[in-house]
Design a protein around this ligand. Structure first.
Ligand code: SAH
Ligand code: SF4
Length: 363
């Protein structure tokens, strides 16, 4: 529950609003999941909460550490599915990549999550629980060891805008001072382009925005990102521009994600077309070399092809980053996350999942 939801909850019990602050601090500052230990709530209230409420951390199935410091958890969710969360330390910062759904219904042609089908949305608790478990995993709630999670990206399994309310509530807690207090610039939502939901998000949220473009024209994007047939590129860019326009600070840009797939969208003419398309669009571009998974049918481009593509964009004046691979020794790198979707049509298929990590900077 967000602060507002908790306040309403305590009022509905005939108690005071400030209980919300106390409970938020216990859970998200102290890492306490046992209601009995929330001593400032009073015995009667604790008893009542034990009967009607639940504070339950995610069920960790496995945890793996990479030689480069990346840590990956697999989480079993109610109903039997599995989602993964990855923490990528990088100098002074550490980025947590969280999942928002078990599987995904959008079926982008190059994405292993899409191939798994869709099982269900994660609850707000299951989303924010991923942040909780990362901090708990380093025993860092009370240790004063410094921030374990400085940035969050909604780039794990699922399309966050198709799980709107739960994602917005979870992001609320990421930003809330009584919970994680992460700045709005350091929380990034990535979408493949669910335009009506993006327009709605613009009214309620100020987190950073990334859009999964992957192609410079509709004909090509239709084949890679099927939702483009419903909301084509011009409509998506318009909606993203509108999102920026609603922000209170005007220096922000949209991150344009572009997964480079050999022979499909990685040619110099694609780069030149992209330059024209984005010429007046306030953005930085993040190139993601494709990470393969079984039966993907696609290849990762060579380093040369990536550099060539990158150079066309940089020469045209864009800020361009290329994601590098982190945590591949523990299969936490892009293209290697293995979720599991219990789905009637595609039961228990396991695919590797792309999860290239963030990396700066070039250009
Ligand atoms: N559903 C959201 C967020 C999750 S995916 C979205 O599509 O934006 C995060 C990023 O990884 C997206 O840009 C997605 O297109 C990209 N991606 C998916 N599969 C990939 C793969 N096999 N290799 C490289 N990037 C991939
Ligand atoms: Fe879903 Fe994003 Fe994968 Fe497309 S790229 S199938 S929207 S998770």
């Amino acid at each position: 529950m967000t602060r507002a939801q908790l306040e309403a909850f305590f009022e509905s019990l005939g108690d005071k609003k400030f209980r919300a602050q106390q409970v938020l601090k216990w859970i998200h500052h102290q890492g306490v999941a046992d209601i009995e230990q929330m001593t400032n709530l009073g015995k009667n209230l604790r008893q009542q909460l034990l009967e009607i409420a639940e504070v339950r951390p995610p069920e960790i199935v496995s945890q793996q550490d990479s030689e480069d410091g990346t840590r990956k958890w697999a989480i079993r969710v109610d109903g039997g599915g599995l989602v993964e969360t990855v923490l990528i330390p990088d100098g002074n910062r550490a980025t947590l990549c969280v999942s928002s759904q078990v599987g995904c219904s959008l079926d982008c042609s190059f994405c292993s999550t899409g191939k798994q089908g869709f099982q269900r949305d994660l609850s707000a608790a299951e989303i924010i629980g991923q942040v909780w478990l990362a901090i708990d995993s380093y025993d860092a709630f009370q240790s004063g060891k410094g921030r374990v999670v400085t940035n969050v990206v909604l780039m794990g399994m699922g399309e966050p805008l198709l799980n709107f309310d739960n994602v917005v509530s979870a992001m609320d807690l990421m930003l809330e001072d009584l919970a994680y207090g992460i700045s709005k610039r350091r929380v990034t939502l990535s979408t493949s382009g669910v335009v009506p939901a993006l327009d709605k998000l613009a009214e309620v949220s100020e987190v950073s925005l990334a859009i999964s473009l992957h192609a410079p024209n509709d004909a090509l994007r239709n084949t890679l990102v099927p939702i483009n047939k419903k909301y084509p590129i011009a409509v998506l860019l318009n909606s993203a521009r509108n999102y920026l326009g609603k922000q209170t600070d005007n220096k922000r840009v949209v991150t344009v994600e572009y997964t480079l797939i050999a022979g499909i969208n990685d040619q110099p003419e694609h780069a030149r077309e992209l330059v024209e398309l984005l010429r007046d669009f306030p953005c930085k571009i993040n190139l993601i070399p494709f990470n393969s998974f079984p039966q993907s049918g696609y290849q990762r481009p060579s380093g040369n092809a990536v550099s060539r593509f990158w150079k066309v964009l940089v020469d045209a004046g864009f800020v361009v980053t290329v994601r590098t691979t982190r945590g591949d020794d523990i299969s936490a790198a892009c293209g290697q996350l293995v979720g599991e979707v219990v789905d009637r049509t595609r039961r228990s298929e396991r695919y590797q999942r792309a999860q290239t990590q963030v990396v700066e900077v070039v250009g």
